[in-house]
Write a protein that binds this ligand. Structure first.
Ligand SMILES: Nc1ncnc2c1ncn2[C@@H]1O[C@H](COP(=O)(O)OP(=O)(O)OP(=O)(O)O)[C@@H](O)[C@H]1O
Length: 366
């Protein structure tokens, strides 16, 4: 990547950015109409024209039904897509809109609709136009929330969602280069005022970035930190894989390993590093629970309770009695007979008439 952050992206550099995608049958380009994604569409179209047998490109715009201008912006994207000889499709979010957590709900709906469009088009990938600046903002947001290493790794270049690969080919590219690319190509784009709406966290943090850059913490440095943490995170994931295998091997054949449950020998589990223990619990709870991903802080609290109970059981015999039994994110975690068991939690009882329902904080521990 050029060190000049205001230079347009050359065809040669674009070829490198999209190199991994050239054998895909079709690609969906997620194009909102803003500068980043319009540049993605323009760059991808130029790249595809340079290939003898490149992937089919389908530009998709999601109209969230939240701003009156959105329909016109989608039509503008369609016009440009047509001029670039690309297919274009507008997907509409028609579901009910929540009063709180609107950006998260809109994002979830958007990815669902993009995956749907990809399946319909026979595309293996959805490409978004996340830039280095977006990466820096994501890191900052998560830093302020106190995320762990996994969260601070920010956005991955490639992830999978609902069987579709989500790729971010512009993740190392500064936004200023995309704007310069469009300027050189004389291509216009939409301005979304929500991006500056300080009612939302991300625009407030975005406004802080120039001050941080003046102190030496620019987007390049923040994105580099995210990449370094992603590297560390990948290493810890490999250690966790190893720990999972080690616990399974110790169990040989005599451990209760139903398909719908996981169980670890408590003393072997307790001897593992804290970060690995935490990830083992997170993996099991997320795989078996039915209430979405568990919050890191809650799993940390659970682990403290487990550690205390395991230490307690080593001091006094328990006669197979459950030392801990608690639900988290729709999973039931218990400690009994020297083993930690994780299984799907039983369905919640209706509120009326239910005493001491099954969800929430620690239930036992004594
Ligand atoms: N309405 C939309 N239609 C199609 N693609 C979109 C739309 N909005 C965003 N995108 C895609 O997602 C990318 C990121 O957009 P933006 O930064 O606004 O998302 P976000 O709300 O911060 O969520 P996230 O970063 O998690 O995707 C855009 O560059 C574009 O590729």
């Amino acid at each position: 990547m050029s060190d000049d952050d205001n230079s347009p992206i050359s065809a040669r550099v674009a070829k490198q950015l999209f190199a991994d995608l050239k054998h895909a049958p079709a690609l969906v380009l997620a194009v909102s109409g803003g500068p980043d994604s319009v540049a993605l569409m323009w760059l991808a179209a130029r790249w595809q024209r340079s290939l003898a047998h490149g992937p089919r490109l389908v530009a998709v715009t999601v109209d969230h039904g939240l701003r009156p201008e959105a329909a016109r912006e989608a039509r503008d994207v369609k016009r440009l897509a047509t001029a670039l000889e690309l297919t274009h499709r507008t997907m509409r979010w028609t579901g009910p809109k929540p009063k709180t957590g609107l950006p998260a709900a809109a994002r979830q709906a958007r990815y669902r609709l993009l995956a749907q469009a990809a399946r319909a088009a026979g595309a293996t990938h959805v490409l978004t136009a996340h830039t280095r600046d977006d990466q820096a903002e994501t890191l900052l947001m998560r830093l302020l929330r106190g995320s762990g290493i996994a969260g601070l790794s920010a956005m991955a270049r490639v992830t999978e969602r609902e069987g579709i690969i989500l790729a971010r080919p512009l993740l190392d590219v500064p936004k200023s280069q995309l704007v310069a690319t469009l300027k050189r190509a004389k291509v216009g784009f939409a301005d979304d005022p929500t991006n500056r709406d300080t009612a939302f966290t991300r625009p407030r943090l975005r406004a802080l970035l120039p001050q941080l850059a003046a102190e030496g913490g620019d987007a390049r440095g923040l994105a580099r930190l995210a990449a370094r943490l992603a590297r560390a995170n990948a290493a810890v994931e490999v250690l966790t894989d190893g720990a999972e295998r080690y616990l399974r091997l110790r169990d040989r054949d005599d451990a209760p390993h139903g398909a719908g449950a996981r169980s670890f020998e408590a003393s072997a589990f307790a001897a593992l590093p804290e970060e690995v223990r935490l990830r083992l619990l997170l993996r099991a709870i997320n795989a078996l629970g039915h209430e979405g991903p568990a919050e890191l802080g809650k799993v940390e609290t659970l682990m403290v309770a487990l550690d205390q109970s395991i230490a307690g059981s080593a001091r006094a015999p328990t006669n197979g009695r459950a030392l801990l039994k608690q639900t988290l994110a729709g999973a039931l975690i218990s400690l009994a007979g020297g083993r930690i068991h994780i299984a799907p939690a039983p369905a919640r009882r209706p509120k009326a008439g239910s005493r001491g329902g099954s969800s929430g904080g620690p239930k036992g521990g004594s």
